[in-house]
Ligand binder design. Sequence first.
Ligand code: NDP
Length: 405
Amino acid sequence: MAKVLIIGAGGVGSVVAHKCAAVPEVFTEIMLASRTKSKCDKIAEAVGGNRIQTAQLDADNVDETISLIQQFKPDLVINVALPYQDLAIMDACLATKTHYMDTANYEPKDEAKFEYKWQWAYHDRFKEAGIMALLGCGFDPGVTSIYTAYAAKHHFDEIYYLDIVDCNAGDHGKAFATNFNPEINIREITQKGKYWENGKWVEIDPMSIHKPIAYPNIGERESYLLYHEELESLVKNFPTIKRARFWMTFGQKYIQVLNVLQEVGMTSIEPIQYGGIEIVPLQFLKAVLPEPASLAEGYTGETSIGCQIRGIKDGKEKTYYIWNNCDHAKAFEEVGAQAVSYTTGVPAMLGAKMILTGKWLGKGVFNVEEFDPDPFMAEIGKYGLPWNEQINQKLPVEQYKCNLI
Ligand code: NDP
């Protein structure tokens, strides 16, 4: 029925490839292209059955991507390379009138700042070309935004308080590693935090606000307030929200190591001279850290990600908590991936299915919460990420006060 081009053969790309290959009634032809072709070939071999074609591609080069699209003629490009490539791939999609989707918003290489403004600026051009771009269809952003849209549609007249909670209680046995691309992950954590309150952003020092939050089937974990990209689109698309925050858990050891790396300058993105060549310390650090995909084997424990919401329904206060727990070992057993790659790759496949089956279709650039959440919610469990909900019970995020606010 449809052809897809997946760009990026990392932890997430591997899950998207496995999951698309398992839905042949929608994804009839699949091509996986990435900077290092041998990684694509390895994934294609693991999927088997000659389901996946592979190609070498530097997606920073728009002309290269255009010629691959012209040759393969996909209906949709799924970008699971890095956020740096978003605009170049969107340009190639525009030039070839091909639908686009991704799981992380654009970030310039030389500035650790992610914002939707660069990608939203493509709206009119995508609209005129008669194609769509679906932004942020992983878990967070992605499922968390769809959970919010589902809550708004079925449980609230107005949402006032939104807390997105992201816990990884897994153990990969490594001294220090990140669960998705180390460079992107460390840039996200070491920049200033931010949350939305009463119509404006409140900026905080990195990791300065934290408290214990209890997660289902896991228990209490220290959780840190970070800025996360879905907050930007959610407060725009649900303007009744008075406060929106994002919390992520980190272990003490992880924070200690990160502090040391920061203090010695290893997380800097300012280029330095070393041995007569220019290197970026954070890029060098990425090169010595384990690749996210390599953490999968032997990873134990669960992730738990969800939305805790307080608002009004029929004139009465209401609380709603919706979440998914995902087991690292089960994800490995199914597709050879750890849960962070799995929880990103499954929604990316399902978002692609929503577009290709016409359930989510528009002309222009959209965030996932702008579409009807129901067809997505009806199927996400079947593909491996079932959800749970609690109505009108005390929200775990409201159990303890923060250290600062
Ligand atoms: P990895 O580092 O494992 O994989 C990234 C892949 O992209 C690598 O195979 C890399 O190639 C490839 N790549 C990098 N630059 C280029 C380029 N110029 N041209 C072609 N290919 C390129 O990262 P992850 O798989 O963990 O993450 C992938 C994306 O998913 C990231 O954007 C990340 O931010 C996002 N993500 C989103 C989440 C969500 O919930 N929304 C959660 C987790 C991740 P090479 O192997 O040669 O380096």
